[in-house]
Design a protein around this ligand. Sequence first.
Ligand code: ATP
Length: 267
Amino acid sequence: MRTSRAIRRSSRRTWGPPLADVAAAPAARVAPGATAPLLAVRDLNAWYGESHVLHGVTFDVAAGEVVTLLGRNGAGKTTTLRSIMGIVPRREGKIAFEGREIGALASNRIAQLGIGYCPEERGIFSTLDVEENLLLPPVVRPGGLPVEQIFELFPNLKERLRSQGTKLSGGEQQMLAIGRILRTGARLLLLDEPTEGLAPVIVQQIGRTIAKLKAQGFTILLVEQNFRFAATVADRHYVVDHGRVVDMIPNADLDANMAKLHDYLGV
Ligand code: ATP
C-alpha cells in the first residue's frame, strides 16, 4: 500500500487563465502580448469504471514548450495523456487545443487535429517491419516530417528498415514510436516515459532528439519518472499526485526545489 505524504493539495489550483478565456476567445480577441496556450487543461476528471483517478487536473502548455508531468507510480500521469487523447472510458472537464475545445471529441478526431500520442508500451506492431510501422499512421495534416528527416533524427531506424518489430531493441522501438508520429503532421507530441528501461546512451539520444524537435517548433508534453532526464529537456515541470496537479516548477528553479521534489516523488 502506498504511503501518503503531506502534500499541498487543492482541487481548484490552476496554472493559467480560466478556460473560458482561452477556448472561447478567437485568436484575434486574445489581448496583445498575451499568448493563448497551445494546450489548456482545466478541471479534468477521469474514471476507469467506478475508479475515479483524475480529480481536477489543471495545467497549460504553451506552443514550443517542452513540459513534463512528474509524479509517483499511479499518480495519474498516463491517464492525463490518455484523457487528452480521448482514450479513457470516461472523462469530464475542459481541454482546449489551439483554442478549440476537444474534451468531448473522439480520439480519431483529436489525432486529426494534430496531437500525436506515443504510449508507454510503444505500440509497435511486431509482425510489421520498421518501414511498415513507420508508414502505418495516416498523415493528418501538413507539416509532418518526411521519412528522410526522421532517419536523420534516428539513423538506427534506417539501418533496421527491414527488421520486424519483434527484432528491435527497446531503444529502437522507442525511436520508431516517436518517428511514427512525426510523420503524421502532429504538432503536439504526448510522450509517455520515452526513456523507461533504456540504456543511458539511448536516453541521451532521446534527449537530443527532444531538443531538436523543440528547435523545430514541436510542442512536447512528456510523462517522466526520471526527473534527472526531465531536467535536461524541459522548460517546466508539473507535479501530479493522487490525480491532481499539485505544483509547477520552472526548470530553472529545479535545483532550488530539489528537496520538495524528492518529497513529492518519494525518492
Ligand atoms: P505509472 O507510471 O505507474 O503508470 P501514472 O502516474 O501514469 O503511473 P496512471 O497509469 O495514470 O498513473 O494510473 C492512475 C491510477 O489509475 C492508478 O491507481 C492506476 O492503478 C489506475 N489505472 C490505470 N489504468 C487503469 C485501468 N486500465 N483500469 C483501472 N485502473 C487503472
